[in-house]
Design a protein around this ligand. Structure first.
Ligand SMILES: NC(=O)c1ccc[n+]([C@@H]2O[C@H](COP(=O)([O-])OP(=O)(O)OC[C@H]3O[C@@H](n4cnc5c(N)ncnc54)[C@H](O)[C@@H]3O)[C@@H](O)[C@H]2O)c1
Length: 252
């Protein structure tokens, strides 16, 4: 991959997928500004990365739901690194609901709705608004937003999450249209079932669930200097799950 002296911002960096995106960028020679609402996880990650000799990284406490805080954090990142070339909007929350499909829309509390939208959708907007002016000035940018296959297919019991991710996908397409001639690409990576613990009964055509590594490598692909002719796309990283229901009659 080609990364010519690039700086990446990764939000939600202390989470499972965010941490692996940070690690893969550092291994590829990209300097990383990692942000998260929880600083402890970033401190632990920084120690793990340092043990691997990966030190070109700084951590920033950052709540993506606040537009004002986002502007301040991005201003600090620009001051510390001098430029900002890649933005990965990864912060998002998935809360496992005990009885899948039971939290229907009419039962969903308004504050819960608002929180999910505030983090996944508004947070992505805040970070893009903070990063775009610098990318426009530099006539270079790679933005990768974390969507979800729920944003394409929908998931009963998770109308809030599905709607937030559908919003992220359309936000990406429109921003890609608006910024194409500025040499800024904007794409979505939409994970399916991604877990720390491998499971074979994932309902995918690959017969396993995915790992953070599977997602991070696709993010890096879209962030590459040489991925400049791909924009507005939604890349599912789901083991083929969205191809259609897995056929139980398949023997292997
Ligand atoms: N794991 C999956 O199966 C899966 C599937 C589809 C999509 N995704 C998406 O991938 C992304 C990463 O998921 P993950 O599984 O690594 O989740 P995770 O819970 O491990 O990590 C999410 C991170 O976001 C941070 N965060 C939460 N609220 C925040 C806020 N207000 N401001 C800043 N940071 C905040 C958390 O502290 C956490 O570190 C999310 O956007 C998620 O919706 C994950």
């Amino acid at each position: 991959m080609t990364f010519n002296n690039r700086v990446a911002v990764v939000t939600g960096a202390s989470g499972y997928i965010g941490g692996e995106i940070v690690r893969q960028f550092l291994r590829a020679g990209v300097a990383v500004a990692m942000t998260d609402i929880v600083p402890d996880g970033m401190n632990r990650l920084r120690e793990e990365l340092a043990a691997e000799g990966l030190t070109n990284v700084r951590a920033y406490q950052h709540d993506v739901t606040s537009g004002e805080q986002t502007r301040q954090v991005f201003a600090q990142i620009l001051q510390d690194f001098g430029h900002l070339d890649i933005l990965v909007n990864n912060a998002g929350v998935w809360e496992h609901r005990d009885v899948p499909g039971q939290q229907r829309l009419e039962e969903m509390a308004v504050p819960e709705w608002e929180r999910i939208i505030a983090i996944s959708l508004n947070g992505t907007i805040h970070c893009m608004q903070a990063a775009l002016p610098h990318m426009i000035q530099a006539h270079y940018g790679r933005i990768i937003n974390l969507g979800s296959i729920a944003g394409n297919c929908g998931l009963p019991g998770y109308a809030d999450y599905s709607a937030a991710k559908a919003g992220v996908i359309m936000l990406t397409k429109v921003t890609a249209m608006e910024n194409g001639t500025r040499n800024i690409t904007v794409n979505v990576v939409s994970p399916g079932m991604i877990h720390r613990t491998p499971a074979a009964n994932s309902g995918t055509w690959l017969g396993r669930n995915g790992s953070a590594h599977d997602v991070a490598r696709c993010v890096l692909f879209l962030a590459d200097d040489e991925a400049g002719y791909i924009t507005g796309m939604d890349l599912p990283v789901d083991g083929g799950r969205t191809l259609g229901p897995h056929n139980a009659n398949m023997k292997d």
